[in-house]
Design a protein around this ligand. Structure first.
Ligand SMILES: Nc1ncnc2c1ncn2[C@@H]1O[C@H](COP(=O)(O)OP(=O)(O)OP(=O)(O)O)[C@@H](O)[C@H]1O
Length: 277
């Protein structure tokens, strides 16, 4: 199977807030993701997940290491429209709050048309219309929603529109940053099933950034566990969740409400971690 993402020895630091040593947000992280595969990126707040996704999308530049997406190595200095469009086709993001990526004044149709016009090489009217229908179909929305504005939709529908917008440019990788966290469990399940279907149909690779191990278990084949900027464990999701090798993964599992929830283990492991660098 060919590769969608290869990240090698990625490091990103930030200046310290009040003098002192620089903050190491991501340290020597490496992973690969095959086309059409899904990866769960997990770790507690501050473990470096957001920084890693910012590096993938091109919103931040690494201090060291390389990122290859869809066969192309990310260069240090990539400015201008052509570079921006190229990056957009490599990675798209969907966030927890779809309002962030949806213009409140724009109907669903206008929002999709806007993205397509900017990204299609030859945006003929018929092509744009056909692609909009295809996208609506992909995300399980009907034509009657085309005229709706974001506030006229439910939270789940809004997230479907955000996914359609992200898919419009046919990206190699879709990063979902806590994209279902704010939704009811039943709506979450629908969106996760939808993403699984889209992955199978389009071959897009998915990266799920989440605190929720149930989500990771549900929809990812691979998992990468971050702790203090480092990838402390990676492997097949089902195996890592069943038999974590790193004590930090063990702690995450124990702290997540679910079949493995053991509050007493959390306190024990937290105490053990307090002493590690
Ligand atoms: N722009 C920045 N300037 C300085 N430090 C930063 C910056 N961005 C992140 N950091 C630091 O880098 C570390 C990793 O942060 P990051 O936001 O990537 O973690 P996270 O796992 O995504 O957390 P959360 O789940 O809360 O979003 C933290 O110590 C954070 O304080």
């Amino acid at each position: 199977m060919s590769e969608a993402v290869r990240v090698s020895d990625l490091t990103k630091t930030y200046p310290a807030r009040r003098g002192g040593a620089r903050v190491v947000a991501v340290k020597d992280v490496s992973f690969e993701l095959a086309k059409g595969e899904s990866l769960g990126l997990v770790g507690e707040s501050g473990s470096g997940k957001t920084t890693l996704t910012r590096l993938l999308v091109g919103l931040a530049r690494p201090d060291a290491g390389t990122i290859v997406i869809d066969g192309r190595t990310r260069e240090g200095r990539e400015r201008g429209r052509a570079a921006r469009l190229r990056r957009a086709k490599e990675v798209q993001m969907v966030f927890q709050d779809p309002y962030g990526s949806l213009d409140r004044r724009m109907s669903v149709e206008a929002a999709l048309r806007d993205v397509l016009r900017r990204h299609l090489p030859d945006p003929a009217k018929d092509t744009v219309r056909a692609r909009i229908s295809e996208l609506m179909d992909h995300v399980g929305l009907s034509e009657k929603h085309l005229g709706s504005r974001p506030h006229e939709l439910s939270g789940g529908q809004r997230q479907r529109v955000a996914i359609a917008k992200a898919l419009a440019v046919d990206p190699a990788v879709l990063v979902l940053d806590e994209a279902v966290s704010a939704l009811d469990v039943s709506v979450q399940a629908q969106i996760l099933a939808l993403l699984n279907r889209i992955r199978a149909e389009t071959g897009v690779s998915l990266v799920f950034v989440t605190h929720d191990l149930a989500v990771v278990n549900e929809v990812t084949g691979q998992i990468l566990v971050m702790y203090k900027g480092e990838a402390v464990e990676r492997g097949v999701t089902a195996e890592v969740l069943r038999r974590p090798r790193h004590p930090y993964t063990d702690m995450l599992l124990s702290s997540a409400p679910g079949p493995n929830w053991q509050p007493e283990r959390v306190a024990e492991l937290r105490a053990a971690f307090a002493g590690t660098p």
